[in-house]
Every structure is written in structure tokens, then in C-alpha cells.
Design a protein around this ligand. Structure first.
Ligand SMILES: [Zn+2]
Length: 390
């Protein structure tokens, strides 16, 4: 059994260390020191240089006392979102929350603390386990950048567990096995500049054109698998100038590639149809409105089968513990998207974090402890299965 008190104190310590994206160095050094004491061999990879952060992903290996068992990857991310500096965590009525002026950062300090507590317990209780590989990643919150740039040749695991999700309700425990693919979209609408008071008829208002495009666009929840958003709009120089330029940024996500393609085509068509309605001729010369577009894949979807080895292991673990677990799809991406893409079959176990990315974020302690129990039992079970048996 895990030590709840120690684990609670540990997550409080981690929460108090500022670690915005690209600034994970301090928390990374603490984690390295703490898991080296448990016997881990650690290094920081080069991902930090690639993304211009102040440290890389912390990669660690712990030798198993059952060396024939399959290695397993455990992962959580070290960075937090804003406002996330000077966090003052408070424990009350079975939850940890901030003082209300910042996020809490249980996303994902709870995942880090669960992994460290499980490693400590494995060692102290001499529980059977195979080799364990750790990836404490950077820059998850700004596009899964640490996981994106991780050098997979440093890892042997074919199965993994990311601890970086929460569910709205407390029971049953939750396991995310499906996350969507996501695309970033940028549109630049070009109109024609003119004096807004003297000769507005000589202009084409790029903000109006963009607005027509967006007004015709299906956004928000498109269907059970698909979402879309326009999140940023910029343009115009002054109130007395008909603007010749509007810059729009958005995204679309879906668990279905086909639906994602259809949504992106729809969003593009709205812009193309809007600009096609604008054209003026001045002194014999014709001007047409135009749109430039950039569409980039943010990350690939993950879709881990309930028949996969890692899901079956976790299901057996919760059964042994008498816990109900629900596998579910998430609308968000996570580092597991990249691990799956790189060939490690990886799921995302809930840690008890709630209302993340808001100042109301909190950590439900019973779920937090339960996640550690599930992880510990999963690792023990993994050691009982010899590689020859599957
Ligand atoms: Zn997270």
C-alpha cells in the first residue's frame, strides 16, 4: 500500500515549485534527485534545446527485480499553464486547491507525485516489478512538445501509462484510451484599404469579410467526435480606415480523420465563399478579396483497443483492488498521442485532477490515492506475466 501522507506532502512540494512551460528546470532537478535516491539512472534529453526551454525531458530507468518482465513506461508532464506562479496550495475537506488567484498545477504535479510514490513503495516493499522507464516531459501544455521531440530510441518499453487526466465525477476511476487528432488553422483575409469617411466605397473591409465567413461556420461541438473553434481574430489599424487585413486563428479536432477533413473543408469553404462575394473596380482596375490559409497537424489521434495488453493489465488491476474503472474518450490531446504514434501503446490514467486550466482547479485526494494503488497493482501484475506468454 502507498503512503498517503507522504504522497500528499510530496504533491504539495511539487505544486509550490513554479514550472511554466519552457521553465521546468527547477522541478526537473528536484525530481531527478528524488528518483535517483530510489535507484533510478537519469538524464535530461535534448528536447529542451529544440523547444528553447531551460531543461529537457527527464528520462529515467529503474532496474526491475524481475528482469525478464516486459519494461513499462510511466509518464507525466512537468509544466503547468498560467496563471501558475507563486501557487499557494491548501488542503481542506479531502481536496487540495489554490488560493483562487492561480491554477493549482495538479495538472500534472499529481501525475508526477503518483509515479514517485509508486517507485518508493515498490522499493520499500520489495514488490516484484520489471524494468521501469520514466519520461517526465516538458512543454505538454504548449502542444505536447516534449513528447513530440522525445528520442524513442532511448526507451525499450512497448507499453506505457501516462498519468495526466481527470474526470468530472469521482467514480468510477477513469482511463482515457482515445484522444482526437487536431489541426491548427490560420486564415489571412485581404481586402482593400480606403478612408472610411471620405471614400469607403473604394475599400473592401477585411474584418467584415472574415466576419461573414465565421458567421456561416459550424463551430463548437460538431458531433460526438468532433469540435471546432475560432480562437483569435486580429486586424485593422484605425477606426477611420477600411481594414485591408484580418488574421484569424482556430482549430478543429476529431476522433475520426474523415470528420476532421470534412470540418476543415467546411471552414475553408466559408472563407473562400466570403471572399468570392467581394470585388470592386476602380479606374478600370478590378480588385478582388483574397484569403491565404495555413493548415497544420498539431497531433495525431490515439485509439488504444480495450483488448490491448496495457488496458487488460489495468482492468485486471482494478478488479483485484475492487475498483470500478471506465475507459473513455477525451476531447483533449496528451503526451500519449505521441507515445502511441512512436510505437508505445499508451493510455492515460486519471489522477483526481478537476477543473484544470482554471483558478478553480482542485485535486480530489481519494482519487489521487486510488490512482497510485491502481498503478502499483498494474506494475506488480506486469511482472507476473512473462514475455513468453504473449
Ligand atoms: Zn496535463
Amino acid at each position: 500500500m502507498i503512503e498517503k501522507q507522504r504522497m500528499t506532502e510530496y504533491v504539495m512540494d511539487l505544486i509550490k515549485i513554479d514550472s511554466l512551460s519552457r521553465r521546468e528546470r527547477e522541478v526537473g532537478l528536484k525530481l531527478r534527485k528524488d528518483i535517483e535516491e530510489i535507484g533510478a539512472k537519469c538524464f535530461f534529453d535534448d528536447a529542451g534545446k529544440i523547444v528553447q526551454g531551460n531543461i529537457g525531458n527527464l528520462i529515467a530507468k529503474i532496474r526491475g527485480n524481475e528482469p525478464d518482465s516486459n519494461p513499462i513506461l510511466l509518464s507525466a508532464h512537468m509544466d503547468t499553464v498560467e496563471p501558475g506562479e507563486g501557487i499557494k496550495p491548501q488542503i481542506k475537506d479531502g481536496i487540495i486547491k489554490s488560493d483562487g488567484t492561480t491554477i493549482l498545477g495538479s495538472d500534472d504535479k499529481s501525475g508526477l507525485a503518483i509515479i514517485v510514490e509508486v517507485l518508493r513503495t515498490l522499493k520499500e516493499k520489495n514488490t516484484p516489478h520489471g524494468d521501469i522507464e520514466i519520461a517526465f516531459t516538458i512543454c505538454e501544455e504548449i502542444g505536447l512538445l516534449g513528447a513530440k521531440h522525445i528520442d524513442i530510441s532511448n526507451l525499450r518499453s512497448k507499453d506505457g501509462i501516462v498519468l495526466d487526466s481527470g474526470s468530472p465525477s469521482s467514480s468510477p476511476a477513469s482511463l482515457v484510451t482515445k484522444c482526437p487528432s487536431a489541426e491548427k488553422l490560420e486564415f489571412i483575409v485581404h481586402g482593400l484599404e480606403a478612408h472610411a469617411g471620405v471614400c469607403p466605397e473604394r475599400g473592401m473591409n477585411a474584418i467584415k469579410i472574415a466576419s461573414e465567413a465565421i458567421a456561416n461556420m459550424k463551430l463548437g461541438r460538431i458531433d460526438a467526435e468532433t469540435t471546432a473553434n475560432i480562437g483569435i481574430i486580429e486586424g485593422g489599424l484605425a477606426i477611420n480606415i477600411v481594414p485591408n487585413y484580418a488574421h484569424i486563428k482556430g482549430e478543429a479536432r476529431s476522433h475520426s480523420e474523415e470528420k476532421l477533413r470534412a470540418q476543415i473543408e467546411h471552414m475553408r469553404k466559408c472563407f473562400h465563399d466570403a471572399v468570392a462575394r467581394y470585388e470592386i473596380t476602380l479606374e478600370g482596375r478590378t480588385y478582388i478579396a483574397k484569403v491565404e490559409e495555413t493548415i497544420d497537424r498539431s497531433y495525431e489521434k490515439m485509439d488504444v483497443s480495450n483488448e490491448s495488453k496495457v488496458v487488460k493489465l489495468i482492468n485486471q488491476a482494478v478488479k483485484n483492488l475492487g475498483i470500478n474503472l471506465k475507459t473513455r474518450a477525451s476531447g483533449g490531446g496528451c503526451d500519449a498521442n505521441y507515445f502511441n504514434k512512436k510505437g508505445i501503446e499508451c493510455v492515460n490514467l486519471g489522477t483526481g485532477m478537476k477543473e484544470i486550466h482554471t483558478v478553480n482547479e482542485y485535486l480530489a485526494l481519494e482519487e489521487f490515492y486510488q490512482a497510485a494503488d491502481i498503478l502499483l497493482e498494474t506494475i506488480r501484475l506486469n511482472a507476473l506475466i512473462s514475455p513468453a506468454s504473449h
